[in-house]
Ligand binder design. Structure first.
Ligand code: SF4
Ligand code: SF4
Length: 264
């Protein structure tokens, strides 16, 4: 039997789950409170093969009865981002936070799905990362493009999503048979200063391998750097093979912790 489930309840569920994570792990925790947006499945999602990847899945490929897409963003704490800003290589904690956040994303997605199931609504989950074609480097399920479509954030020049809590963090998503409606979070047409016609470009200057320009991201150059970091950094040796991180273009930028473009 179905009972009502609101986006406020889902947001509270996500916040409580992330808040409890440090206690669960016996660590201080890397995270600020998460953001969560939802959207009804409509013609917007037909744009995914055009804007993301030609073989991008439609939400109903994951769950034929899906009515809503849910995307959440787990922002990192400032101290972690600050630590990762130093030098040209990522710090050990950045790698650890990546690994732990991927795991958290999986369990948070499951917790949200369980909550929806209690109300009678099935959901389908997707992995946090490495669901992409390494040659094309485009995800068949792109959390970033979904987050953009449902207005959780806007793309920055660094090709990350800038949300009201900034860009330094990680995204996760699921689809559900619950009809949750549209609950966007970003209010400005752009959230990147450069794209909004203002002066910035700090992420371009911060990239250690010149993978960024005002025109976009050189994916292959960025990906090579992420792989090289994993393969060569001594203090990454015991982290999983999939610990592909850098994060310099998100470290202490005007868009790291907030949307720097003022609301109209
Ligand atoms: S650092 Fe500046 S140019 Fe780069 S994404 Fe952020 S706001 Fe845009
Ligand atoms: S993640 Fe690193 S290599 Fe990739 S664009 Fe950002 S700064 Fe450059």
């Amino acid at each position: 039997m179905h009972s009502t489930m609101t986006v406020t309840q889902l947001r509270e569920c996500a916040e409580a789950f992330v808040r409890a994570e440090p206690g669960r792990r016996g660590i201080d925790g890397w995270w600020r409170p998460p953001l969560l947006a939802t959207a009804a499945i409509d013609q917007r999602f037909e744009a995914l093969p055009r804007i993301a990847a030609s073989d991008h899945l439609h939400p109903r490929d994951l769950l034929p009865a899906a009515q809503s897409v849910i995307v959440f963003f787990i922002p990192f704490r400032k101290a972690l981002v600050q630590e990762n800003q130093k030098g040209a290589r990522p710090c050990r904690n950045w790698g650890e936070a990546y690994v732990q956040t991927n795991d958290l994303i999986g369990r948070l997605s499951q917790a949200l799905a369980d909550r929806l199931a209690q109300h009678g609504f099935p959901s389908a989950l997707t992995p946090a990362t490495h669901n992409f074609d390494e040659v094309k480097l485009m995800a068949r399920w792109s959390h970033k493009h979904l987050a953009h479509l449902i207005h959780l954030g806007r793309f920055g020049t660094h090709h990350m999503l800038i949300t009201p809590a900034g860009c330094a963090g990680r995204l996760g998503s699921l689809v559900s048979a619950a009809a949750l409606g549209d609950h966007p979070l970003i209010e400005t047409a752009e959230a990147c200063l450069l794209k909004a016609g203002q002066k910035c470009g700090r992420c371009i200057q911060a990239c250690p391998v010149a993978a960024l320009s005002a025109e976009g991201l050189d994916r292959q150059r960025c990906w090579n750097r992420l792989k090289q970091n994993r393969d060569t950094l001594e203090d990454f040796k015991d982290l999983p093979e999939t610990t592909h991180v850098c994060g310099k273009c998100a470290a202490l930028m005007p868009c790291s912790f907030k949307n720097p473009v003022p609301s109209p």
